[in-house]
Write a protein that binds this ligand. Structure first.
Ligand code: UDP
Ligand code: MG
Length: 176
């Protein structure tokens, strides 16, 4: 038994947002969530995540051949900020992907419009990494891959993509 996908309405999209370790180190969570609320999109999931090397590499797999890839992985893992976590969020609504990208601003914080999140809060480090405080999915294909990477179906408030029921027998930590 599975669940039916919720993204059936036209132009309703889901997007993955990460508040990156520099955003957390700079205490920007509140500011970023306030800016995101301007979009009137709905939060469908949120959590803090300790980012393993595997997760960081998988998230940025499309960039694995770039010269800045090793620094980018360290950045997402929080190695430059003494904050080994990111905040992961799923926002849902009409044209969610483009609207959050617009609010985020250009990848290079120096080129980003100063009124955007990256323009307001981002910087380029001496190592050349764009510390741009936020990640936002760039397309619906990317969003689906990223949401499925960061979240399990039951962590999202309503079903976004088709699911199936599977019997899993792995051990996990539970409350004592
Ligand atoms: N990045 C960087 N230098 C570059 C390009 C990208 O440090 O020349 C970093 C930056 O943190 C960016 C991330 O790599 O957010 C992912 O790059 P992408 O091209 O996917 O940009 P985004 O989708 O985040 O705007
Ligand atoms: Mg990208």
């Amino acid at each position: 038994m599975g669940t039916k996908p919720a993204l059936k309405k036209k132009k309703i999209e889901a997007t993955l947002i990460l508040i990156k370790p520099d955003g957390l180190a700079k205490s920007l969570t509140g500011n970023i969530l306030t800016r995101l609320s301007e979009t009137k999109l709905e939060i469908a999931a949120a959590k803090c995540v300790r980012v393993s090397r595997e997760l960081a590499k998988e998230h940025y797999r499309a960039l694995r051949d770039k010269p800045f890839f090793p620094e980018l992985i360290k950045y997402l893992m929080g190695k430059y900020h003494n904050r080994k976590k990111v905040m992961a969020l799923v926002y849902v609504g009409e044209a969610a992907i483009q609207r959050v990208r617009e609010l985020s601003g250009a990848t290079n914080p120096e080129e980003a419009d100063p009124t955007t999140i990256r323009g307001q809060y981002g910087r380029i480090t001496t190592k050349g990494v764009y510390e741009n405080v936020i990640h936002a999915s760039a397309s619906s294909t990317e969003a689906e891959r990223e949401i499925k990477l960061w979240f399990e179906p039951q962590e999202i408030i309503f079903p976004l993509y088709p699911t199936k029921t599977a019997k899993v027998t792995t051990q996990k930590e539970i409350w004592k």
